[in-house]
Design a protein around this ligand. Structure first.
Ligand SMILES: *Cc1c(COP(=O)(O)O)cnc(C)c1O
Length: 382
């Protein structure tokens, strides 16, 4: 088995079988000629299948150790398709700091079809054990999570879920398969917002899903085609182009984020830093056991909460924007931006304070990044 560093380049379908093109061609077509009535070839219609998308779907399956991959028009479209496996009466267990859009999908859309859920602190195994009901069908979480970088023990949660005949669904957006492979640790389905690190350049919105179960692959494939939120050929190509440099980028993101985290932790203006690569982080040990490095995401709280606005607005290289995982550094305030759709009480119960600042550390020069933060801290007099 090739190393991940090789797989990101040579995995999937990296050479076009008809021309030998080393970059997968963009098959910009909606339909395919059938030579005989009732006998379509491999492809018949691009919602059901497209060679450019198929190459990407094969690639994500290979990187995560799945049997089949699925590409969607956004991360949420993929999450929607996977959660559409469940029906009225089914119960899901959700991590209490799940991505805001995932929470909204369940709380505002899927509950209407009779699916129920509970938000649980999954870092406490006893809470998880107590959360199962006879109708529980799956446990859904992210690790590291958004925005507190909570690290959850994939192996342990998958073991408990299995004992309760439930599936383990892991959103692996923050780590990517280069740093963490949930299927190897017992998860059943892995989901990605490929908009983030897999695309890597903040220029495309996409979702990827993979599973190591043939049975689940069949169900997800049926839902992908039935719901129809597939990824177009141009965007499928862009994600593959992004993945080619995934190893280089994730190494750079991880290295720089660790330095930024250490700088912030030593600053007197900063009250708390959340980064799985800091020995002070609650999930440091689990992170070490299940991740190959700690990624580019971190968050922190200023000592003086009233300085959050001037601080984030005075930075040069950290663009004030939602999203993450691109080559450029981004900064945001979850309570006002990415997590605004979660009710304040629910948010605070999960530890997401109004003054929390989340950073996606890019791959700019590390001295420029730390210098920028240092300058902003002094500027606001914190
Ligand atoms: C962005 C994100 C999503 C949603 O993906 P979209 O591509 O924006 O639809 C889901 N999970 C996590 C962890 C994310 O960061």
């Amino acid at each position: 088995m090739a190393n991940l560093k090789t797989k990101v380049i040579h995995g999937g379908i990296s050479t076009d079988s008809t021309t030998g093109a080393v970059s997968v061609p963009i098959y910009q077509t909606s339909t395919y000629k059938q030579n005989a009535l009732g006998q379509p070839k491999e492809y018949e219609y691009s919602r059901s299948g497209n060679p450019t998308r198929h190459a990407l779907e094969t690639l994500i399956a290979e990187l995560e150790g799945g049997v089949k991959g699925f590409a969607f028009s956004s991360g949420l479209a993929g999450i929607h398709a996977v959660l559409s496996m469940f029906s009225a009466g089914d119960h899901l267990i959700l991590a209490d700091d799940v991505y805001g859009g995932t929470f909204r999908l369940l709380d505002k859309v899927l509950v209407r079809s009779g699916i129920t859920y509970d938000l649980i602190d999954l870092s406490v195994p006893a809470s998880l054990e107590a959360a199962f009901k006879p109708e529980t069908k799956a446990v859904y979480f992210e690790t590291p999570s958004n925005p507190l970088l909570k690290v959850l023990d994939i192996k342990e949660i998958a073991r408990i879920a299995k004992a309760h005949h439930s599936l383990t669904l892991v959103d692996n957006t923050f780590a990517t398969p280069y740093l963490q492979r949930p299927l190897e640790l017992g998860a059943d389905v892995v989901l990605h917002s490929a908009t983030k690190y897999l695309g890597g350049h903040s220029d495309v919105v996409a979702g990827l899903v993979t599973t190591n179960s043939e049975n689940l692959a069949e169900k997800i494939g049926f839902l992908q085609n039935s719901i129809g939120a597939v990824l177009g050929p141009q965007d499928s190509w862009l994600i593959q182009r992004g993945i080619k440099t995934l190893a280089l980028r994730m190494d750079a993101h991880s290295k720089s984020a660790e330095k930024v985290a250490k700088f912030l932790e030593e600053s007197e203006a900063v009250a708390k830093v959340y980064y799985p690569g800091l020995p002070s982080h609650k999930g440091y040990e689990i992170a070490q056991s299940q991740m190959d490095a700690f990624g580019g995401m971190l968050s922190f709280e200023l000592v003086d909460e009233s300085k959050v606005k001037p601080f984030v607005e005075s930075l040069h290289y950290f663009t004030l924007a939602e999203s993450l995982g691109g080559v450029e550094s981004l900064i945001e305030v979850p309570a006002i931006m990415t997590h605004a759709s979660i009710p304040k009480e629910v948010r605070e119960l999960a530890g997401i304070r109004d003054g929390l600042i989340r950073v996606s550390v890019g791959i700019e020069d590390i001295d420029d990044l730390v210098g920028d933060l240092n300058r902003a801290i002094h500027l606001i007099g914190a």
